[in-house]
Ligand binder design. Structure first.
Ligand SMILES: [Zn+2]
Length: 646
């Protein structure tokens, strides 16, 4: 999108400029003050930066000058703003970060005064000074607010019912559900302190802020208003044992296999029952059914899953083993009670894809060599695969198990649940309903004389201790862990109160990963990144003036999505002595990460993504959408060298 950048503007010195400057200037000091408060910047550095700025013939944001002087990094600015989320108003922030010029803000402020509106963001979008998507992207990426689409999110009726609908409509926010750190609320303008305070009155001080489009929030509220009344007195008109219902459910299950889906989402909406499949990590519409059949379909699935059919207001789970026309299927079922009725999500187990060989995981040459030789062939220790849900970590774990599986090795597992069956491996599926708990299983595992122990997931202090204890007694332990990146795993273990020297002496490696969509081979075209895109990746355009990626135009073969299949992006950490020392010294996560990058040859998720995008595997959009951008990537040539390509 065409936009005028601050730095390309010629200096203007009218008296009106001065008054605008006064409105922005004090806030500029504010950001620097915060950086000083956080100990990231010194007074001297600030003064030097201001002197440099005063000598420049073209005005530009002070922050970019400080960045160029290497006093601060954009990620530090992001972290500081995240730690002080409502200290800086939107307009000043955008100018400060270099997205808007002084002239832009002047026009917006004039228009704001004229309209007597408090919504600067809306005005900026109306005036085409910035795109709505771009604005959301800045707020989401610079400030770390997760981007949420409320129309697709599950809204927990318990929280939604706490405040009147009109209050949500007036303040542009919707509470979604409880998360570990508080109630997740999607705001149209998360920087608006009044709206934040209003939300706190109803949901307490522990709030996780997300950001969403204002139009989506209002649309969702409107729908909730009209539908909640209707939902209240809806009764089932179709019985679950009706042949038509049984056939419909069977059709959906079989179609999901045919389409290669990993999950099925069955969700009642305003006027239809929507059925979607997750394919290549993205939800695609499969078919809509009349809303009248929703209760019957839901009852039928509950019977199949062994859930309580009479219970409609509580969340439930279950499992479906389904054999039909020669297909054997295994689904894990989650039933979630929404204000529109029950949303049912089924995860297909065991057949997401074939068991991949370690060589086919998509590791770069250097990572593949180090993962197999230094990690998997290590005599003992904990080997972790980390990532968020849906990052493919379980598949990688199974590949590793398969790699190590042979006649002379005893492998035993505790999984929740077993997703792939591997010949010759003693696999156990946890089942708390019959008293087969994780704790109980792990206690018995070591008595089975194993060489290799596979713990499906480290999910609490107990399982972390079991993994470490087993490693200390000479076992090789393979497990997954839910963390954002590789170094996060070390830090999380420390935060679980595991002794630092135990973490340092047992963790052999951490492989962090994400899945990105693979560009469709039939419609790929060149994508020359523009300067803004190069900057978004974290490069300085004067170091990396041009970058050639690929992107999919969309064709029949890829259903016009531009993508076909998925590829993994990795970050492999093999702690060396310096990293172990840093862990024992309990350095901060930021410091440990820096040491890993400098001393162990660690290539970050972002860098591996860029490496793969340059090779045409995935796109710029996928990198931006999926990969954490914690620090600036190194030069692409340097990344290639680290990845083992010369
Ligand atoms: Zn295509």
């Amino acid at each position: 999108m065409a936009r005028t950048h601050w730095k390309t503007k010629a200096p203007e010195k009218s008296s009106r400029d001065q008054s605008v400057r006064q409105q922005i200037e004090p806030k500029r000091d504010e950001i620097c003050k915060l950086l000083i408060k956080e100990g990231l910047l010194s007074e001297e550095q600030l003064q030097y930066g201001q002197r440099v700025l005063s000598k420049l013939s073209t005005p530009r944001p002070l922050l970019s000058v400080l960045e160029e002087l290497k006093y601060i990094s954009s990620s530090q600015v992001g972290e500081t703003l995240q730690a002080n989320p409502v200290a800086i108003p939107l307009g000043a922030l955008l100018v400060e970060l270099g997205y808007l010029s002084e002239a832009d803000i002047k026009a917006a402020l004039a228009s704001q005064e004229e309209k007597k509106s408090s919504r600067l963001g809306e005005i900026l979008v109306d005036l085409h000074l910035i795109g709505e998507d771009e604005l959301l992207q800045i707020l989401s990426f610079q400030l770390g607010f997760p981007y949420l689409d409320p129309t697709l999110e599950e809204i927990d009726p318990e929280f939604f019912g706490r405040a009147p609908l009109a209050l949500y409509q007036e303040n542009d926010f919707i509470p979604l559900r409880r998360q570990e750190k508080g109630v997740l609320i999607v705001f149209a303008d998360p920087l608006n302190i009044e709206q934040l305070n209003t939300s706190k009155k109803f949901f307490g001080h522990e709030i996780v802020q997300g950001i969403g489009r204002r139009s989506m929030i209002q649309e969702t509220l409107l729908r909730l208003e009209t539908d909640s009344a209707k939902m209240a007195d809806r009764t089932a008109v179709v019985e679950p044992d009706d042949n038509a219902v049984i056939n419909t459910v069977n059709d959906i299950l079989l179609a999901s296999i045919k389409e290669g889906a990993s999950d099925i989402h069955i969700q009642p909406t305003k006027d239809q029952l929507r059925v979607r499949f997750r394919q290549d990590g993205v939800l695609m519409n499969y078919r809509n059914y009349p809303l009248e059949v929703a209760p019957a379909i839901s009852s039928r699935l509950k019977i199949m899953a062994g859930a309580d059919i009479a219970e409609r207001r509580r969340h439930q789970d279950g499992r479906i083993f389904f054999e039909h026309q020669g297909h054997k299927l295994d689904f894990r079922v989650s039933i979630y009670s929404t204000i529109f009725g029950e949303k049912i999500v089924m995860r297909l187990l065991g057949s997401q894809s074939e068991l991949l060989k370690v060589e086919d995981l998509g590791l770069s040459p250097m990572m593949l060599q180090r993962f197999s030789e230094e990690t998997l062939q290590a005599p003992s220790g904990v080997i972790m695969v980390t990532g968020p849900t849906g990052s493919g970590k379980t598949s990688t774990l199974y590949s590793a198990v398969n790699y190590l599986n042979n006649d002379s090795t005893s492998i035993i597992t505790a999984e929740d649940p077993v997703e792939y069956v591997i010949d010759g491996v003693a696999q156990c599926s946890i089942n708390p309903k019959i008293g087969l708990s994780f704790e109980e299983t792990l206690k018995h595992i070591v008595r089975q004389d194993p060489d290799i122990i596979v713990i499906g997931e480290i999910r609490d202090k107990f399982s972390a201790e079991m993994a470490i204890e087993a490693a200390l007694t000479g076992h090789k332990v393979l497990t997954t862990f839910h963390t954002e990146d590789s170094t996060g795993a070390l830090v999380r273990l420390l935060n679980m109160d595991i002794e630092a020297f135990l973490v340092a002496s047992t963790v052999v490696s951490v492989l962090a990963q994400r899945l990105v969509r693979r560009i469709c081979p039939k419609c790929a075209e060149d994508h020359h990144l523009n300067l803004n895109e190069i900057r978004q990746l974290g490069f300085h355009p004067n170091q990396v003036p041009s970058l050639l990626f690929k992107r999919g135009q969309g064709c029949r073969y890829c259903r016009f999505s531009g993508y076909k299949g998925r590829a993994a992006v990795h970050e492999l950490l093999i702690p060396d002595q310096m990293v172990k020392d840093a862990v024992i010294a309990r350095k901060t996560s930021h410091e440990i990460r820096e040491i890993c990058i400098k001393s162990t040859g660690l290539v970050t998720l972002l860098e591996d993504g860029i490496y793969k995008a340059i090779r045409g595997v995935t796109s710029y959009q996928e990198i931006i959408r999926q990969l954490p951008r914690l620090e600036r990537p190194r030069h692409p040539d340097e990344i290639s060298r680290l990845q083992g390509e010369f």
